[in-house]
Design a binder for this molecule. Structure first.
Ligand SMILES: *Cc1c(COP(=O)(O)O)cnc(C)c1O
Length: 430
């Protein structure tokens, strides 16, 4: 299945209709547990002598189809789904790392991820150095003896910085650490980080993959390319105390981390995805390839239109000629640059709030990747808890407005912004 093209995989990968009673749609297996044939069968499942379903916290047939589909689409050997993108990131890092370990991360990250790395994980002894990811050698300079992961977003939210993934992956390889790429904003419809050296790919399925704002979900896709026996990860090469002496890299080879995520990450931290949400996310994933193309077209057209407005101080969209990331976007995102556009309003903080309050088609809310157009003023909301300096390195200025451009008719989106610009007191714009 994984040899097939994206649009075909989005519709078919992971689903063998003979295994689901011939259903063309994927059933919701709404069950917590699974009947064993007998005690020997049960013992074999628990010892991994035989693979099968035990309990939905670990796996579920609906979730399994979503996992196989995501692995096929991103080009991985396996995938594990979680209750949210945040559950995927926290469980992934806690499965991979221990107290005393260190991460090198891009400073341009989703606000929640930044707080996890900057405030919460240090409490557990896992620290992070944040670097300006536009210069790949910054990663090398930040590497310490205890560095065990690099973490970036392929298209940063909300800075919209396109990273030179190939160059950063080389630094990760030299440091003998896995290269983790959050691909939520770009989506596999536009970019496959594994093709550029990523070892693990993260998704908030909540965003473009589900696509209609109904369901939270997250995923980690394992490229199967990282050498866990390189000396930096003894928990993969020594008998696991948490799983009756299993030696992950010997027993499970390329899929070692995928299994560790299930057997330890989901078992011990419990952030499992509900099968109902998996079903919803599968419905969305089926149309991702055509949706993300249209999101990208609408975003580019709106960004060009914003450039011509007197009320606008600047526009940031990596598909705009002259944008700082235009060349990298042509290399890494040639099919489109996704649906996020940011711009500054003349008049700063107050004018940006005014404009945000005045839109009618754009919904003011804290999400991205919906079919409906969304708007937010990060400095007063999503990034409010950060210091001004942290906001700056995350690319959040006081006047910045983030649009998640939806699939409405483009003329209605322009019209809505036009009437919202008119609502700003002209004296503020001067
Ligand atoms: C939303 C988001 C997350 C977190 O995902 P949730 O599903 O909201 O927990 C992580 N990374 C990026 C880039 C996001 O946009």
């Amino acid at each position: 299945m994984s040899d097939q093209k994206l649009a075909t995989n989005a519709l078919h990968a992971g689903h063998d209709t003979t295994q689901t009673g011939g259903t063309r749609a994927i059933p919701i297996y709404q069950t917590t547990s699974y009947v064993f044939n007998d005690t020997d069968h049960a013992a074999n499942l628990f010892s991994l002598a035989e693979l099968g379903f035990i309990y939905t916290r670990l796996n579920n047939p609906t979730n399994q189809i979503l996992q196989e589909r995501l692995a096929a689409i991103e080009g991985g050997v396996g995938a594990v789904v979680f209750a949210s993108g945040t559950a995927a990131i926290s469980t992934g890092l806690l499965t991979l790392l221990k107290a005393g370990d260190h991460i090198v991360a891009s400073s341009s990250l989703y606000g929640g991820t930044f707080n996890l790395l900057n405030v919460t994980l240090p409490r557990l002894g896992i620290t992070t150095t944040f670097v300006d990811a536009s210069e790949p050698s910054n990663f090398k300079e930040a590497v310490k003896e205890n560095t065990r992961a690099f973490f970036v977003e392929s298209l940063g939210n909300p800075k919209l910085d396109v990273l030179d993934l190939k160059a950063i992956s080389k630094e990760a390889k030299a440091a003998k650490v896995p290269f983790i790429v959050d691909n939520t904003v770009a989506t596999p419809g536009l970019l496959n980080p594994i093709d550029h050296g990523a070892n693990l790919v993260i998704h908030s399925l909540t965003k473009y993959i589900n696509g209609n704002g109904t369901s939270l979900g997250g995923a980690i896709i394992d490229a199967g390319t990282f050498d866990w026996a390189n000396g930096n990860f003894p928990e993969f090469t020594e008998p696991s105390a948490g799983y009756h002496g299993l030696v992950y890299s010997e027993a499970l080879g390329a899929a070692a981390f995928t299994f560790k995520l299930i057997l330890e990450g989901l078992r011990d931290f419990g952030g499992a995805l509900s099968p109902f949400n998996a079903f919803q996310i599968i419905q969305g994933l089926e149309t991702l390839p055509i949706r993300i193309k249209q999101h990208s077209e609408n975003a580019l057209e709106l960004a060009e239109w914003l450039l011509g407005r007197d009320e606008v101080a600047w526009v940031n969209y990596p598909g705009l000629k002259g944008n700082k990331y235009y060349e990298l976007a042509q290399e890494y995102l040639p099919k489109g640059q996704s649906g996020l556009v940011t711009f500054g309003v003349k008049g700063g903080f107050e004018a940006a709030k005014k404009l945000t309050d005045a839109t009618k088609v754009f919904s003011l809310l804290a999400n991205i990747g919906d079919t409906k157009s969304l708007i937010i003023h990060p400095a007063s909301t999503t990034h409010q808890q950060l210091t001004e300096e942290q906001q700056e390195s995350a690319g959040v200025s006081q006047d910045l407005i983030r649009l998640s451009v939806g699939l409405e008719d483009i003329s209605d989106l322009k019209g809505d912004l036009e009437q919202a610009f008119a609502a700003i007191d002209k004296s503020v714009l001067a």
